[in-house]
Design a protein around this ligand. Sequence first.
Ligand SMILES: [Zn+2]
Length: 62
Amino acid sequence: MAKQPSDDLYDRYMGAFEASAQHFKGCDACQEGRNCPEGASLHERFARLQDAFRARQSKRRR
Ligand SMILES: [Zn+2]
């Protein structure tokens, strides 16, 4: 499955994943399960883009 060069949603989805993962690595509060506001908003953004991306994938698959 090749990635489209101009796939903006995919790029934002991956960007949000990276941002969320990077934050988690450097944030004691998130690693201890204490949701910090920044981590929560990064995770929410990632979850929204993941939903959008998966919804689009399942539409394309049929
Ligand atoms: Zn955090």
